[in-house]
Design a protein around this ligand. Structure first.
Ligand code: PGA
Length: 235
């Protein structure tokens, strides 16, 4: 089971360290052995090997070891922090930061060549959802253009855009339908759901046959609440 916390542009260095200390303590004392990942902002990155029970990941990176890419960070900088897992394709990067499928595929290929664990995000906008399930699947498959789905360190997060940060998660039947169809093709690749996951809806989402975990934003911003989510996911 993968339970991942995406901080986005929240938290700073001190609060991230306090968060990770609390999380590590919780995991140590509870004995829970799930695959727990936290994605802080770059300025709050801490060495990935400081917390044995938590994988610290990067929300973003530029697909180069180093070079002239003002404002970006590459593999050299992530290596210094022993960061070996990354998010790629998040809808906020696709929409707000204007990342194209072509560029996303380049990032994916670069991450794969570094053997990084990848959570690859896909998800449809509301207007596509309104056109029904087959339209959704057509949209989602297009987000796999240039993506090697046979990569062994891949997990895929289905995150309907209209459910992200809105407080309104997708219906469990709709999540199940999409994850089942993805599973047919992606076989043993772990599948996550993301989009307004919280302590109320987690149990029903995580119980779905094809759901192997969740990617959480808002509800994971406080360590205590993230620990609660991890606990619920064990049941
Ligand atoms: P949310 O964000 O849980 O706040 O909806 C999820 C995500 O963007 O990964």
């Amino acid at each position: 089971m993968i339970i991942a916390a995406n901080f986005k542009t929240n938290h700073a260095r001190e609060s991230t360290a306090a968060y990770l200390d609390a999380l590590e303590f919780f995991l140590n004392t509870s004995g829970i052995k799930s695959d727990i990942r936290v994605y802080p902002p770059f300025t709050a990155l801490l060495r990935g090997d400081l917390y044995p029970n938590v994988k610290i990941g990067a929300q973003n990176f530029y697909p180069a070891i180093n070079g002239a890419y003002t404002g970006e960070i590459g593999a050299q900088q992530l290596d210094e922090f022993c960061i070996k897992n990354v998010l790629i394709g998040h809808s906020e990067r696709r929409i707000v930061l204007k990342e194209t499928q072509d560029f996303i595929a380049k990032k994916y290929t670069f991450a794969l060549s570094n053997d990084w664990e990848i959570i690859y995000c896909i998800g449809e906008p509301k207007e596509v959802r309104d056109n029904g399930f087959e339209a959704v699947m057509e949209y989602l498959w297009a987000e796999f253009d240039g993506i090697d789905i046979n990569y062994q360190n891949l997990s895929v997060a289905y995150e309907p855009i209209w459910a992200i940060g809105t407080g309104v998660s997708a219906q469990t039947e709709d999540i199940a339908e999409v994850l089942d169809r993805l599973k047919d093709k992606l076989k043993s690749t772990p599948l996550l759901y993301g989009g307004s996951v919280n302590t109320e809806n987690l149990q029903s989402i995580i119980s779905l046959k094809s759901c192997d975990g969740v990617l959480v934003g808002n509800a994971a911003l406080e360590a205590a609440n993230f620990c609660k989510l991890i606990q619920i996911a064990q049941k």
